[in-house]
Write a protein that binds this ligand. Sequence first.
Ligand code: AMP
Ligand code: MG
Length: 399
Amino acid sequence: MLSPPEAEAAIAREVPGAPSATLPLTGLVGRLLREAIVAERDQPPFHRVSMDGFAIASQAWDRGIREFAIVGTQAAGAPQTSLPDPEACIEIMTGAVLPGGCDCVIPVERTTNLGERIRLADDVVAKAWLNVHLQGSDSRAGDRLLDAGSVLGPAEVAVVASAGLAVATVAAEPRIMVISTGDELVEPGEPIRDWQIRRSNAYAVVAALQRRGFLKVAHDHLPDDLDVLRERLRVHLDMHDVLVLSGGVSMGKFDFIPKVLAELGVRTVFHKVAQRPGKPMWFGVRNPGKAVYALPGNPVSTLVSCIRYVVPGLDASLGKARTAPLQVVLGSDASVSADLSLFLPVTLAQDGSGRQVATPKPTRGSGDFVSLTATDGFVELVPGPRAAQAGSLVPFYAW
Ligand code: AMP
Ligand code: MG
């Protein structure tokens, strides 16, 4: 049986890469860039004025001049003007081109308006390039501003736009189908009998994926019926890039999922991971381009396995570099079995010295998802024989 890190590595190795898509600027946030972005022009593209005020030649101030005739206006977005008289000034706005003959800008609030002239405050010191954002000081035309593989946050989107690009090539968002299975499950909102169970897992999985920016997520429910499973899973495999199933992968008489997936040409990469909860976790691929995660049905197992395997698997398919999980301080001792890693729900809080401390909130078993409600995520503890010690650093995964 694989350990959780081995299972994660197997997924990263086997998962098919997502195709590329070309998206407009408003569709880029959170996506993974598949091309390099090169600067169209110098940044700033000209000597950009960074204050509203008056542009002057600092040499005039050096010569003792403190009053300047206003001989023009240079607005943002207008072509460059120039100073006809080195002892005059040009009224100027933030974002304008520095006029020819000027080398600094005195902010309007540091001047007194005398009508046709301004007077500088006594304590103004005019120096070359004061309040001027020099051409090319941030980047040069042709510089590589973003590498392929960058994750696009707001700053990166601004850089793509500044390079003059209306669209960029990114990893396409996978089409994900979340499928719950089980004859006992009843849709929320529908009448339910005493012996039936609400269908909650699919909604937990959809929520975990949506929270991480995966929005092409549909869901379906299938009964424990071999023929229906065969027929519906065939269709879902054709229509989606990723299937996330819950239930039907354990040892029960009606746990048909691995068998049906094999019939549909999905190759098993692993079945079972040495973990508690969620040992029956199953993962497989079908070429070209399909990944199938079959999560155990117990609700705590489903959610931890979704976060521990589906999320990193989706990231790997996009080509995102693996980010090591946050290391947190275990707040109290926890006992771990000798052969299974433990996923232990915790709350997280900062202690006096700024360290993140995880306080264990064990559930009453893998069916007890009500106990998860006030927790922040789970820590992963390696198998015993010795108990995990309070104070040790352990990896944390947020819900
Ligand atoms: P299974 O893995 O199919 O044997 O399911 C294990 C347990 O999890 C059973 O008690 C199921 O009723 C429960 N379960 C399975 N799928 C869901 C679901 N979608 N929502 C809530 N509970 C579920
Ligand atoms: Mg079941």
